[in-house]
Design a protein around this ligand. Structure first.
Ligand code: PLP
Length: 430
């Protein structure tokens, strides 16, 4: 499969090149040259297929011959080695729990898939790749865990000092080996800007830098699996299906739209955001105006200029009218998020963390419009323990610490503090 740069369709590369480069040399995001719908027979029998089998059929065309079937199946089996339960919260409202992986964040899937693709591509080569990633919270831990010990790959993670939770920070600063954490004096957007700058810096070419943010297709594409898994479970109700994604960089929801292009019957998408409302404002007035990010209690979504939105626009040929038929976007304050967490807990006994609660709110809003003829799910993107500083006081309860988290809690944090791009560059050049 060939991928083109969204800045220039002539600029085409293979899957391997796109994964290794992350971003195209002209700064464009890569996009698959074509998307072929899966046969209806696949959807007819989807409820009888294993998650691995579904994933194989969904992603195979995006890789083509570049990874042989046997190796691809092996990669998928390692990527999906945990559960994706769909929990009913209310009538027609379900939570798709994406947090049962090693770092209890949905980003485990993308990180594990990408690291194994890189390991496959590096199998005979001596050169090293450096994975450079900016995190607003959960990406860092998932990438650190997904890439730990992967041959030929150095991982450098930038995170905003004081703006990620204690557990998140430990997950990305305590592993050692091929993982280094850089603690940036700034906000997430500063981290992301520095990462983008490094990719375009000719002085760093020899480091073979690549990105493990959802701009990287190998991080981004496997996220479409979730939507297939939800459909597999909800198909039997034979109702229009709404998918609500708590959105930051819009990677998840954009992968969901790819799943729809593959023929998955998702009736409507909701991108639910916190106060970082660039996309809801765009849908309101047709003007895309990025803003500096605002800190919220759902900090993994504190993104003022969502990278993947251009991919979504590409899929809709920038046609706002068509886009709005399939897609809504709503914004919620911290206060509304906390009230939702409380209501979900009181009414259903379900503990949602702030990101999931925003997804819930978006879903409820859309269901209202559909006069409850539809059924829907929201993505619960992290385990509540990852946001215990919010969840415990809001719900007035004490969370039990899961095994995966316990193992990092008493490890020593190691990070390198940096203030600006020059310091990042100096570090990378070493
Ligand atoms: C990354 C993240 C999101 C946002 O996902 P995008 O694909 O960037 O929109 C939501 N919730 C959590 C917990 C996350 O870590």
């Amino acid at each position: 499969m060939k991928y083109y740069s969204l800045n220039n369709k002539q600029q085409q590369v293979t899957f391997q090149e796109a994964v290794i480069q992350g971003l195209a040399p002209d700064k464009g995001l890569y996009f698959p040259e074509k998307i072929t719908a899966l046969p209806t027979s696949f959807f007819d029998k989807i409820e009888h297929l294993s998650n691995e089998e579904i994933a194989f059929h969904a992603i195979q065309q995006f890789i083509g011959e570049e990874i042989p079937e046997k190796e691809l199946r092996q990669i998928l089996s390692e990527t999906l080695s945990f559960d994706f339960p769909l929990i009913q919260i209310e009538q027609n409202v379900y939570s798709l729990e994406l947090f049962h992986g090693p770092t209890m964040a949905f980003k485990d899937v993308g990180a594990r898939f990408m690291s194994r693709c890189l390991a496959y591509f590096n199998r005979h080569v001596e050169q090293k790749n450096t994975v450079l990633v900016a995190t607003s919270g959960d990406t860092g831990g998932a990438v650190a865990s997904g890439f730990l010990g992967v041959k030929g790959v150095e991982v450098v993670i930038l995170y905003p000092s004081g703006k990620v939770s204690d557990i998140q920070e430990r997950q990305l600063t305590t592993l050692g080996q091929n993982i280094t954490a850089l603690e940036v004096d700034g906000v997430f957007d500063d981290c992301q800007d520095m990462v983008k700058k490094a990719f375009l810096d000719a002085d760093l070419n020899h480091k073979n830098l690549t990105s493990a943010n959802s701009i990287n297709i190998a991080r981004w594409l496997p996220q479409m699996f979730y939507f297939f898994f939800a459909y597999k479970a909800l198909k039997k109700y034979e109702k229009p299906l709404i998918a609500s994604c708590p959105s930051g960089n819009f990677g998840n929801i954009c992968a969901g739209i790819i799943a729809k292009k593959l023929g998955l019957p998702i009736h409507h998408f909701v991108a639910a955001t916190n106060a970082n409302d660039t996309v809801p404002r765009f849908l309101e007035n047709g003007v895309y105006e990025a803003k500096p990010s605002i800190a919220t209690i759902s900090n993994a979504m504190d993104v003022g200029n969502p990278s993947n939105f251009v991919r979504i626009q590409e899929m809709y040929n920038n046609d706002l009218a068509v886009f709005e038929k399939d897609f809504s976007s709503y914004t919620y304050t911290d206060e509304e998020t906390k009230i939702a967490m409380k209501n979900i807990y009181i009414n259903s006994g379900y503990v949602a963390e702030p990101h999931g609660a925003i997804g819930y709110l978006g879903l409820k809003e859309e269901l209202k419009k559909d006069k409850n003829t539809a059924i829907g799910f929201f993505l619960e993107t992290a385990h509540p323990i990852k946001f215990l500083d919010v969840v415990e006081p809001v719900l007035n309860l004490k969370l039990e610490i899961p095994k995966q988290i316990e193992s990092v809690l008493n490890k020593e944090k190691t990070s390198i503090k940096i203030k600006n791009y020059n310091e990042l560059k100096a570090f990378l050049k070493k």
